[in-house]
Ligand binder design. Structure first.
Ligand code: 4AD
Ligand code: MG
Length: 462
């Protein structure tokens, strides 16, 4: 007989048909001659109730049906007489795939702290919370590809290993096959990267943008969606050393087009989650964050505020608030400032534009004031910066000057500069941090809990 998913059984009409389900035991209760087993197979947050007539099965089999054990159950699907579920399976055959010793199984029925679950990240998928988060994460990845595909964007695979630290976005992880205990040296005593795998120093990428631009300047509209790596030592609930980023890049789009799409894109994803992940969202709303669904619906229904960095600084300077980090024109905004604007002042998402050039990347288009650049950061409630992007500098001379001013290695960027020599066009793009998006969508409070295997300073277990 072909196995059916629990999700399918709970959704379909009750027919009295014979079915086969397979999954893991969440709980078992025995009342008189009947055992009630809640079975979950990961397809949904909900369990299916299996009703076992104790007199029909061997005692040792029944004893081994404990939380965490894996079973195959054949039986008839009936309308449930009990409360809390609409259907149940009256078991006629039970196969025990794997026992789960309750004396050593770390997941007990009682709730566990997120910190404890991080220590058993190999098992935390089996909890309701992580099941819900992982299903939402999947739905968001799928929704992202659908959004772009439906709009004629092409998915471009940019490299994970890169020869340039062009972005200057953060500390990079080196990639090498050299023996660190026996490094080759040049005559001048430096490490001889000629002898390394690629014949030069290489790193894990911090962003696919620069390569993405090369694609956009031929294919029109592209996006990347891949892992990125930053070795910044920021141990915060918003930073990972390995995270996933979505980076659309569009030829002939200006900053306004870019902002319009960022807002439309985020709202599309919120709606996609509300339409497709209802049960998981309701669970998280009940157990993790009681304002979650309301906040999602609020962001969906309201337009984002758009204002310049300069206007934002004025608001922050006038605010009656004690800042941990000083504010002033020219300083970068910290999470506390971003969240004040969003959560206290405007009470809705904000897109900040036109930042001082000194605190933004070299590739952002210079404004006519020669002081600010056409940057845009989208700031979200509870998160702070969720998207960073800009219109790009398409003029060769201005771009070259910025690279020199910022002391970046001009010669390493020859291929990037070529696009400005050969048929350059105005273009724009942005990067959405996938895990920050999932934080917002799930109401979880630590970014380590929305990625299957978090990589943070001093932590690369599992
Ligand atoms: O603002 P960032 O650094 O922008 C870029 O990398 C550009 N190349 C994007 C582009 O224009 N194509 O990063 C973009 C987003 C941030 O807004 C944030 O959501 C996320 O990536 N992000 C991180 N997420 C988790 N951990 C980290 N360490 C992150 N650093 C950035
Ligand atoms: Mg940024």
């Amino acid at each position: 007989m072909k196995r059916k998913r629990v999700k399918e059984l709970l959704a379909g009409p009750v027919t009295g048909e014979k079915v086969l389900v397979k999954g893991w035991v969440r709980t078992k209760r025995e009342i008189k001659n009947v055992a009630f087993v809640a079975l979950n197979d990961g397809s949904t947050i909900n369990n299916i109730q299996v009703v076992i007539d104790i007199s029909l099965f061997p005692a040792d089999l029944l004893r081994d049906i404990t939380t965490g054990a894996s079973l195959g159950v054949t039986g008839t699907l009936e309308a449930s007489q009990g409360k809390g579920q609409s259907v149940e399976i009256l078991a006629s055959e039970v196969v025990l795939y794997g026992k789960c010793d309750p004396d050593i199984y770390p997941l007990q029925k009682k709730g566990h702290s997120m910190e404890f679950l991080r220590e058993i990240a190999h098992l935390r998928f089996r909890t309701n919370t992580f099941g819900a988060v992982m299903r939402i994460r999947h739905a968001m990845a799928f929704g992202i590809h659908k959004y772009f595909n439906d709009r004629g964007f092409f998915y471009l695979h940019t490299p994970v290993i890169t020869g340039s630290d062009a972005e200057g976005a953060g500390e990079m992880f080196h990639v090498t096959t050299l023996d660190l205990n026996d490094l080759p040296h040049t005559d001048k005593g430096a490490v001889d990267f000629e002898k390394d795998f690629f014949g030069k120093p290489t790193n894990l990428t911090v962003s696919g943008q620069l390569e993405g631009e090369l694609g956009a300047l031929a294919l029109g509209e592209i996006y990347t969606f891949g892992p990125t790596f930053r070795a910044e030592n920021s141990n915060t609930p918003r930073h990972l050393a390995e995270f996933w980023m979505i980076e659309p890049e569009m030829a002939f789009w200006d900053l306004n087009d870019n902002m319009d799409m960022a807002e439309d894109f985020l709202k599309y994803l919120i709606k996609y989650a509300l339409d497709n992940c209802r049960e998981d969202l309701e669970f998280l709303n009940k157990m993790i964050d009681k304002d979650l669904i309301e906040r999602l619906e609020f962001v969906l229904a309201n337009s984002f505020v758009r204002l310049t960095y300069t206007e934002a600084i004025k608001i922050l300077e006038a605010a009656d608030h004690k800042w941990e980090y000083e504010i002033g024109w020219g300083r970068d905004l910290q999470a506390e400032h971003e969240r004040y604007l969003v959560e206290v002042h405007f009470k809705r998402p904000v897109i900040l534009t036109d930042y001082p050039k000194a605190i933004k990347a070299f590739y952002m288009k210079l404004n006519d004031d020669s002081n600010t650049v056409r940057a845009m950061d989208v700031l979200f409630p509870g998160i702070g910066e969720i998207i960073g992007g800009s219109q790009r500098e398409e003029e060769l001379d201005k771009l070259t000057r910025r690279i020199e001013e910022m002391n970046l290695p001009l010669k390493d960027l020859w291929w990037y500069l070529d696009t400005r020599k050969f048929g350059t066009v105005p273009h724009s793009g942005f990067g959405l941090g996938f895990e920050r998006l999932i934080l917002f969508m799930t109401g979880m409070s630590n970014i380590r809990d929305v990625i299957p295997f978090p990589r943070t300073p001093r932590n690369a277990e599992f």
